[in-house]
Design a protein around this ligand. Structure first.
Ligand SMILES: Cc1ncc(COP(=O)(O)O)c(C=O)c1O
Length: 211
C-alpha cells in the first residue's frame, strides 16, 4: 500500500490488513522539499527479504537526511491537519466554479469513496484534483497564470504546488494511454500547502480567470 498522500498521521493501512506500507518520505513526511528518503513498514518476514537486498545494494540514508526527517516527524500531525483543512476549503470553494467540471477530494461528499475515506482516514489529506472544462489548452494557461503556487514535480511541500500532467509529466503518452491511467486533458492536481487559505484561493481564482 502506497501511503504517501495520507502519511501515517492520517491513515495507518496495517490496521486494515496491508502487508507492506510504502512512503516516499520526500513528500509530506519531510514537508519542505529538502531531502530524499523512503520508508517501508510491514511484516517482519517481508522486511527481512528486503533487508538482504538493501544491505547488498546500499540505498542507505545519510545521517543528515535522517536527522532532517526525524525533526519533520515532530510536526507531521500539526502540518497534516493544516494541509487537510486548506485542501477541504479549496475543494469546497472550487466545486461550483463555472470553468471546473469536477473536483475530486476524499472528504467531499461527491467522492465515490467518501464513506471509506471517512472510515479510515482522520482527514482528507492535502491533495485536491479538478477538471478544467477547457482541456489541455486551459491547463497550460492555468499553470502559466499562477503567481503563488509553484510548478514542480514534487508534492507534500509547505508551499502549494500545481501540476497539469497532460501537458507536463505525461505529455509523451498518447491521449488513449493517458485516458487509461485516468489523466484527462484538463486534469489539474494541487498539493495544497500551509499558506493562508485566502492566498491559495486568490491565486487559483485569478489563474482560472485567465484560462
Ligand atoms: C503517491 C506516490 N508514491 C510514490 C512516489 C515516489 O516517490 P519517490 O520518487 O520519492 O520514491 C510518488 C512520487 O511522486 C508518489 O506521488
Amino acid at each position: 500500500m502506497d501511503n504517501c498522500f495520507a502519511t501515517p498521521a492520517v491513515q495507518q493501512p496495517i490496521q486494515f490488513g496491508a502487508d507492506l506500507v510504502l512512503h516516499s518520505a520526500t513528500k509530506f513526511i519531510d514537508g519542505q522539499g529538502r531531502v530524499l528518503g523512503g520508508v517501508v513498514v510491514g511484516k517482519k518476514e517481508l522486511i527481512k527479504e528486503m533487508y538482504l537486498f538493501i544491505r547488498n545494494t546500499g540505498p542507505s540514508m545519510s545521517p543528515f537526511n535522517a536527522w532532517v526527517l526525524s525533526k519533520s516527524l515532530e510536526t507531521l500531525y500539526v502540518r497534516m491537519d493544516r494541509h487537510a483543512e486548506n485542501a477541504l476549503s479549496l475543494a469546497r470553494a472550487l466545486q461550483d466554479h463555472p470553468q471546473i467540471s469536477r473536483v475530486k477530494y476524499p472528504y467531499l461528499e461527491s467522492h465515490p469513496q467518501y464513506a471509506v475515506a471517512k472510515k479510515q482516514m482522520s482527514n482528507g489529506g492535502g491533495i485536491v484534483t479538478f477538471e478544467l472544462k477547457g482541456g489541455v489548452e486551459s491547463g497550460r494557461k492555468f499553470l502559466d497564470a499562477l503567481q503563488i503556487l509553484s510548478m514542480t514535480n514534487n508534492l507534500g511541500d509547505s508551499r502549494s504546488i500545481a501540476s497539469h500532467p497532460a501537458s507536463t509529466t505525461h505529455s509523451k503518452l498518447s491521449e488513449a494511454e493517458r485516458q487509461e491511467v485516468g489523466i484527462t486533458p484538463g486534469l489539474i492536481r494541487i498539493s495544497v500547502g500551509l499558506e493562508h487559505i485566502d492566498d491559495i484561493l486568490a491565486d487559483i481564482r485569478q489563474a482560472l480567470d485567465q484560462c
